[in-house]
Design a protein. Structure first.
Length: 724
């Protein structure tokens, strides 16, 4: 019996040790409370949770425990104990904070149960556990904070979220989604059928079809629809859907709801005025060195990188290839499908071209559909051939853009430095020239510029040199053509037109020499000369008591030059007595649209200086109404080709009428060019166009003749037949 008892005790001791190991491995603290005496015993883990060892807390009683509980939690903990003592709960459980030895509080989950009562039925012994739940509480707090932040963000942005579990059919809405629908979780239980039922008939059909494709085919959507809120308020919403797949099967849909009623209201107001305006992208401000549409380096940054590439080429004795890329028939795509599609196509072309180039090469968009690639570190020119071939291939084929298949190709012109030992600007012109030869060869190909055999280039350089010498020799002059108000024949200003007093050929009109400098920096120097000369003429007339506004033609290259506004400020500063409002700039419609963002900013900066703008030759370009709205111009000049034929061509007359009405919408003044006869003047007056210029009023004349003409005009104002 003695041996048997010993064996039993030994077995029990082993069981207890094993149980203690299990308890310690779970990290659970154990406590044993003698309720009537207040004495408490506990294991080491109980002490560790609050930063002590077990010896530091001896002896401990109920009061010691209660003092370590956070004041805000003590009352609730004691209440839970009393509820258990009264038999209202099967066990005691509470989450409370306990003060740590270091002074902070830790969260514990305290559970316990009465196991002994005295003879009077009063609680006598209670045992239980403490579990450290600080990390869980921290996670819950972070989740709550994140949920609150998400809710506030959605509220500010007026964008709500939704989730549909395709397995259970449960639909979840965020708080903002409820707010958008004028309801709350307490008022409305969202379901797919209930949500779809509020959409207007056409929108209901669209969303039903989109949901069906999402659920059965895994195809997401992004839609703008009309719906009623639960309170009957009609709103416009944008709703999107992304599909989560598991093993190829849709299991969950997630998306957003956005109230876009204000935006749609603005669009409808514009539509009522018959003006199709594109909604401007809420884009970030363009950097001075990057193209806003593609994110590529623009003309300014290209110039800097090209100069650096040439410096490295000299130092490393390597070859640089400059490739000018122009899309074939891009204007047709723009005109057929709209500028939005054209812009998306340019983005895809950008990605394809970037994929064809190497990591160290530069790709730039310099305007419209024109790109330039700078390919460095070439041992010889033949190393560029596979790169050029990849670029051609990357933009030759069919692209899917906005759901439309677009067949595209490109023409590429290439020149090499240092074999083409020209300046950076000339290198670009040479590559551009080679690109045009590629187009003439049939497009969708490349052509390498031949510096030695290209006689045209040599001739061009000779012409540029002669024009530069003419500028230096003061061989240029300005003629002035009056602009008058047909209602009262008042002279309202003149247009300055450059002439070349050639020593051998006589007086040359601009068409005989300005095209030569179109892509050369000489174009900018001539533009500066014209502005200076016009300001000198204003000063001369002012001294005689006349304030006659002068309009000056500005070339595309000049207005896009980085120093244009700075140069203008310097020129105006040289003539402090002249009101800048007497100076006006005329820019071609096509050049204004070459880089709409840049030109618009330049025009605004000049307007702040007092100089106004006219859009010249309007109607011959390809501008959209959106672009026209964004250009801060004061005048539209109707191209003379429409005015001259308006008396015999009904279409030209209709175009003029349309431009006049368009100008009224945008609060622009109209100037009609090409007025050659009294009948032209009468027809324009009948249409509501009052300011005119043309041979029927006066031909361009030197400044010394203008005042004499003006005196005669005031005495005998009348239109003449100015046709030759």
């Amino acid at each position: 019996m003695i041996k048997k008892t010993s064996a039993v005790n030994t077995h029990k001791n082993e069981d207890m040790e094993r149980l203690e190991l299990v308890i310690n491995s779970t990290g659970v603290a154990i406590w044993d409370w003698q309720v009537q005496t207040g004495d408490v015993t506990f294991n080491e883990r109980w002490a560790e949770i609050i930063g002590y060892n077990i010896d530091e807390l001896q002896p401990i009683n109920f009061n010691t425990w209660s003092r370590s509980i956070h004041p805000d939690d003590l009352k609730g903990a004691e209440s839970k104990i009393q509820e258990h003592f009264r038999g209202e709960t099967d066990f005691y459980e509470v989450e409370a904070r306990m003060r740590h030895k270091l002074g902070h509080y830790v969260w514990v989950l305290a559970t316990g149960k009465l196991i002994e009562w005295d003879d009077a039925g009063q609680p006598q012994r209670m045992i239980g556990t403490h579990l450290d739940i600080s990390q869980r509480k921290h996670n819950e707090e972070q989740h709550l904070i994140n949920s609150q932040l998400l809710n506030e963000s959605q509220k500010i942005a007026k964008v709500g979220g939704w989730k549909l579990d395709l397995t259970t059919g449960d639909l979840f809405w965020t708080d903002e989604t409820y707010r958008i629908h004028d309801t709350s979780p307490e008022e409305f239980n969202p379901t797919v059928d209930a949500g779809v039922g509020y959409f207007l008939p056409e929108s209901k059909e669209i969303i039903s079809e989109a949901l069906d494709k999402a659920i059965n085919q895994g195809i997401g959507y992004d839609l703008e629809l009309e719906t009623y809120t639960t309170k009957g308020r009609l709103i416009d919403v944008r709703t999107t859907c992304s599909v989560t797949l598991e093993n190829g099967t849709p299991v969950r849909l997630t998306g957003i709801f956005q109230d876009i009623s204000l935006h749609k209201s603005d669009q409808r107001k514009l539509k009522e005025n018959n003006i199709a305006l594109e909604k401007a992208n809420s884009a970030l401000e363009l950097s001075a060195h990057y193209d806003s549409l593609t994110g590529l380096p623009n003309r300014n940054l290209l110039s800097d990188r090209l100069e650096q590439a040439l410096v490295r080429s000299k130092r490393n004795k390597k070859t640089v290839a400059i490739a000018f890329i122009d899309l074939d028939e891009f204007k047709v795509i723009n005109d057929t499908h709209g500028h939005n599609v054209g812009d998306e196509l340019l983005k895809k072309v950008t990605n394809n071209l970037m994929g064809a180039l190497r990591a160290g090469d530069t790709l730039s968009r310099i305007g419209g559909d024109e790109f330039v690639a700078v390919i460095e570190e070439l041992t010889n020119t033949s190393e560029s051939e596979p790169i050029i071939a990849r670029m051609l291939e990357s933009v030759s084929g069919v692209l899917l853009v906005e759901g439309k298949l677009m067949k595209i190709s490109a023409s590429i012109g290439v020149t090499f430095y240092p074999s083409d030992n020209a300046s950076p600007d000339q290198l670009l012109r040479h590559a551009d020239q080679a690109m045009y030869i590629a187009k003439q060869k049939g497009k969708n190909c490349s052509h390498i510029f031949d510096i030695e055999k290209d006689v045209a280039v040599k001739h061009l350089n000779e012409e540029l040199s002669r024009i530069a010498q003419a500028l230096k020799n003061n061989e240029f002059t300005l003629y002035y053509q009056p602009k008058v108000d047909l209602r009262n024949y008042e002279i309202i200003g003149v247009e300055a037109l450059i002439r070349w007093n050639h020593p051998d050929k006589g007086v040359l009109v601009p068409d005989l020499f300005l095209p030569t400098v179109k892509h050369d920096m000489l174009d900018i120097e001539i533009g500066k000369w014209v502005i200076h000369t016009a300001m000198e003429q204003l000063q001369s007339w002012q001294a005689l008591g006349y304030d006659i506004p002068i309009s000056v033609n500005i070339s595309p290259l000049h207005i896009e030059h980085a120093e244009f506004v700075k140069d203008l400020k310097d020129i105006l500063a040289q003539y402090p007595s002249i009101n800048p409002k007497l100076l006006e700039f005329e820019v071609l419609e096509s050049s204004a649209l070459n880089d709409i963002e840049l030109v618009s900013k330049v025009m605004k900066d000049c307007s702040e200086l007092g100089v106004c703008f006219s859009i010249d030759d309007f109607g011959t370009g390809y501008s959209s109404l959106t672009y026209l709205k964004r250009l801060p111009a004061k005048y539209l000049k109707i191209d003379q080709s429409f005015v001259r034929d308006m008396l015999i061509d009904k279409d030209d007359k209709a175009i003029i009428q349309g431009i006049i009405e368009l100008a009224k919408v945008f609060n622009l003044n109209i100037v009609a060019e090409g007025v050659e006869t009294p009948k032209h003047g009468e027809a324009l007056l009948a249409l509501g166009s009052y300011v005119a210029q043309g041979f029927g009023i006066a031909k361009p004349m030197p400044a010394k003749e203008l005042l004499s003409w003006a005196g005669n005009w005031k005495q005998h104002p009348c239109l003449i037949d100015g046709r030759d």
